[in-house]
Design a protein around this ligand. Sequence first.
Ligand SMILES: C[S@@+](CC[C@H](N)C(=O)[O-])C[C@H]1O[C@@H](n2cnc3c(N)ncnc32)[C@H](O)[C@@H]1O
Length: 238
Amino acid sequence: MVMVASRLAKRLDYYGLRHYGDYYALATGPDFPDEFQMLVNTLTTNETYFFREPKHFEFFRENILKPWRGERFRAWSAASSTGEEAYSLAMVTAETLGARNWEIFASDLSTRVLDAARAGVYLMDRLQHMDNRLLEKYCLKGVRAQEGYFRVHPKLRNRVSFDQVNLMQPLPASLGKFEVIFLRNVLIYFDQDTKKQVVERLISVLRPGGYFFISHSESLHRVTEQLELITPSIYRKP
Ligand SMILES: C[S@@+](CC[C@H](N)C(=O)[O-])C[C@H]1O[C@@H](n2cnc3c(N)ncnc32)[C@H](O)[C@@H]1O
């Protein structure tokens, strides 16, 4: 609550407002059409990092990518934040499927994080979980003004696309189907009914036999019966 209040205080200051109710009316009213998205960008919690929960990426490589024999492989990072999860998936996929037909789709509600994700520029010191070999191969170290940063290599960025998707609303028809969905560290922000709706919606675009990942700190207990538990936090659509 304190965190929400301090984040909102900046927006109230910006408009010289004293009451949250006045700010809410402004953000949802017609006079400042961009403010509602600004409110969303301000309120979302976007913490993420490369190879977060490393066991997931091992499972993804060993049990999903290595035995993969299909035509076209698609994975979705469904609350991608600034893109670290999507690029981690892309690195492992590039290592395993190489030049075959694959792509990573990534989405979020916040346009601020999506802009950062598309740019693919990160602070060097955010890399504690990344293998040096992957770093050398897929990341370009910044020099001079960019010292201390790296940029994801264009050959990897070309395989990853980012778009805004609100998981609380019906999914865009153009989304297509996926072999794998990562929905990590976002369900915690939803109530039980919303969790159910979001998960059902995502399952509808997961291919039979496809895998569904949540965070180790989350559970789908009493959320869906449609997925089979493979190991805690990893599920499969029968
Ligand atoms: C903590 S980050 C998780 C990032 C990444 N999946 C990970 O595990 O590191 C949660 C993300 O969920 C996004 N989010 C929150 N509500 C959402 C919604 N209704 N639709 C899509 N994304 C949402 C936030 O903007 C935020 O970037």
